[in-house]
Design a protein around this ligand. Structure first.
Ligand SMILES: [Zn+2]
Length: 497
């Protein structure tokens, strides 16, 4: 509730042609949003003639005439033009004597009518985007029509806004009333008097609290206004990895730094078909599977971003790796039964969809475990001769020989995408672990999970058998990135992300 201001004026009654008949006023009340001020004593009204263009108004005036009944009118005010009048029922406008008028218009109830009452406003421009900011602190003085200064103070409790600037872009600061001085400081110890309106923001992704203080020393108004804002810069993407050596069959996890939520990368490289960027909380990374078919050498990467900044360039050095050769003799009858067109067609029909879609959120967080202990009968990636002739494929996983019925454990937490008997690989399980990582189990005796099942790391999923194209009880165990076969042993030590 604003306090009622009562001012007393000496009414000088002078007869003049401008005075309307019966214009003597006992008392007026000025009403503004349910509040009112009383201007007491006899006031002199001056006729302005007919006014046809009333201003917008939020004020009403209650006039208590001496010889007429009370009346309420709209009250029109324009502080800059020192205008204040009301219009009576016949369309005639009336105002008050100059000195009275200035005193009345200097009353608190009219403060909001002063153009400078709110203090200056600032707009930060980031490229074409405007960000308006409320002052954190304001100590502001403006002059009223009676020459007295009104003081306005404010200590904002609003949330401090944050602005992330595109790389190497300045923050443009626009005041609606240009201050005589702009002082910029930040919590990292930076301080500068800004002579231009462009602020060079520190090049860091980290949010730094800046205080921007404007100072005005005018006659009409003077004061200080401080704004606070967290500023940071969208730094260009940097890509790192921790692998000292990369061999065919390995995977490389690329750590992507400074990637913004709305930033898209394009990878130019010849090493793999496609690179998916994964985002987990504050992290971004990509898994690069190095097929066992990869030729050793240097692979160039150029990573382009749709944000500002030059492409990030790096290379991956793939070392040579010796893969063994295995000579396998298998019963001709088994070979014919399990390796034929029908078997391959069936294999593709079920295996392809089982590894096509992977959860974007990983089901796992730990390294993998070996699903069964036993003798390693065939290593990963070896070239194979079957019954004397070289096959066109390589050994896609690791064979672990152990007696029939030995429990097989899930190598990690995931979801079963295939669990069925196939001619070629016998009883087969495929699990999706997310991020494109799958584990595959062949030749099982018993299948103990169903498609769609969520299975925990170390949970029993089946037993060792010799179903499908197999020479004896063993588990053929694979870990793949979609359909790229990777060395399962690496997954026992090296975290994927
Ligand atoms: Zn095998």
């Amino acid at each position: 509730m604003k306090k009622f201001t009562v001012i007393t004026l000496l009414a000088v009654l002078v007869f003049s042609g401008y005075l309307i008949q019966n214009s003597k006023v006992n008392k007026i009340k000025i009403i503004y949003q349910d509040e009112f001020v009383i201007v007491d004593e006899q006031l002199e009204l001056i006729s302005l003639g007919y006014e046809n263009h009333p201003l917008e108004t939020q004020y009403r005036i209650h006039v208590d005439y001496v010889y007429k009944r009370d009346q309420v009118f709209d009250l029109y005010i324009d502080i800059e033009k020192e205008l204040m009048y009301f219009i009576d029922g016949r369309g005639k406008a009336y105002t008050f004597k100059e000195t009275s008028k200035r005193e009345i218009l200097s009353m608190d109830v009219f403060n909001t009518m002063y153009p400078r009452s709110k203090g200056p406003s600032v707009t930060f421009m980031v490229g074409d985007e405007a960000v308006a900011i409320e002052p954190r602190e304001l100590n502001w003085n403006y002059r009223k029509l009676n020459e007295a200064y009104e003081n306005v103070t404010l200590s904002g409790a609003h949330q401090t806004p944050g602005i992330r600037l595109p790389y190497e872009m300045d923050l443009d600061i626009y005041f609606d009333e240009q201050p005589q001085e702009i002082l910029v400081t930040n919590e990292a110890g930076y301080a500068e008097i800004l002579d231009m309106e462009a602020l060079k923001v520190q090049k860091t992704e980290e949010e730094i609290l800046y205080t921007i203080k404007g100072m005005w020393h005018g006659e009409e108004f003077f004061g200080e206004v401080a704004y606070e804002v967290y500023l940071s810069m969208d730094m260009p993407v940097v890509i790192t990895h921790e692998d000292e050596r990369i061999r065919p069959g390995d995977f490389v996890t690329l750590e992507i730094h400074n990637l913004e939520a709305d930033e898209t990368l394009t990878f130019h490289q010849d090493l793999v078909n496609k690179i998916e960027v994964h985002r987990l909380e504050d992290r971004a990374f990509a898994i690069v599977p190095i097929s066992y078919w990869t030729q050793p050498g240097t692979y160039d990467f150029e990573v382009e971003s749709d944000h500002l900044g030059l492409p990030f360039v790096f290379e991956l050095e793939v070392e040579a790796r010796e893969f063994g050769v295995q000579y396998l003799t298998i019963d001709e009858e088994v070979a014919e039964e399990t390796r034929n067109d029908e078997a391959y067609e069936e294999f593709d029909r079920y295996m392809e969809p089982a590894r096509q879609v992977s959860s974007e959120t990983p089901y796992f967080s730990d390294v993998f475990l070996q699903p069964v202990e036993g003798r390693i009968s065939t290593e990963f990636g070896v070239y194979r001769y079957v019954n004397g002739s070289l096959t066109s494929y390589r050994h896609s996983g690791i064979d672990i020989a152990i007696s029939q019925g030995t429990p097989i454990l899930a190598g990690n937490t995931g979801r079963v995408t295939l669990s069925r008997s196939l001619i070629l690989t016998g009883n087969t399980i495929v699990m999706d672990h997310g991020l494109g990582i799958f584990s595959v189990y062949y030749h099982l005796d018993q299948l103990m999970v169903e498609e769609g099942d969520k299975v925990l790391r170390g949970e029993m999923i089946g037993t060792v058998g010799s179903t499908g194209f197999s020479t004896g009880p063993h588990l053929h165990w694979m870990i793949t990135h979609y359909t790229t076969n990777l060395d399962p042993f690496l997954f026992l030590e090296k975290p994927v992300f």
